[in-house]
Ligand binder design. Structure first.
Ligand SMILES: [Zn+2]
Length: 156
């Protein structure tokens, strides 16, 4: 992680970052992305994660938006996928990636809100958007085609 960005993180985020990087034996890259400056449920910016290929990347807005809770959230995605090897939902149906992400949020977001209560607004708005955009996108007829696959372990 770039030192300037690391210096803005609280102790919990730094500890999680260092734990994940040590277990993966790789440094997570932080990449500024102008396209994220007006995203997110409040329009102030949002973070995004690319888990694979290694090294994992966390993309952040370049408008100054900074949230320890958001970084903790993205690190949790990386930890669950690459350290804990949590199975992911995959299928050829449209919306599988979004559905997997929504299921992951069932595990990540409660701990995130417990640690960072200010994230409630973000998730309240995000869930409202999810109900109006994602749920109609996944056809009930496509659900039986889904299956669970294990992520290959990347730890040497
Ligand atoms: Zn997420």
């Amino acid at each position: 992680m770039k030192t300037d960005y690391l210096n803005r993180c609280d102790g919990d985020v730094r500890a999680l970052l260092q734990n994940v990087e040590q277990k993966l034996n790789v440094l997570i890259e932080f990449v500024g992305d102008d396209r994220l400056n007006t995203c997110g449920p409040t329009g102030h910016g949002m973070l995004k994660t690319r888990v694979e290929p290694l090294p994992p990347r966390i993309y952040f807005p370049t408008n100054g938006y900074f949230s320890n809770g958001a970084i903790w959230h993205e690190l949790s995605h990386i930890r669950r996928a690459l350290v804990d090897s949590v199975p992911f939902i995959t299928c050829a149906a449209r919306g599988a990636e979004e559905l997997d992400n929504a299921v992951e949020h069932l595990f990540i977001v409660p701990g995130e809100i417990l640690k960072y209560p200010e994230r409630v607004l973000h998730w309240d708005l995000t869930v409202q958007k999810l109900w109006t955009e994602m749920i109609p996108f996944v056809s009930v007829n496509e659900l039986p085609a889904m299956d669970l696959c294990s992520r290959p372990c990347k730890i040497p």
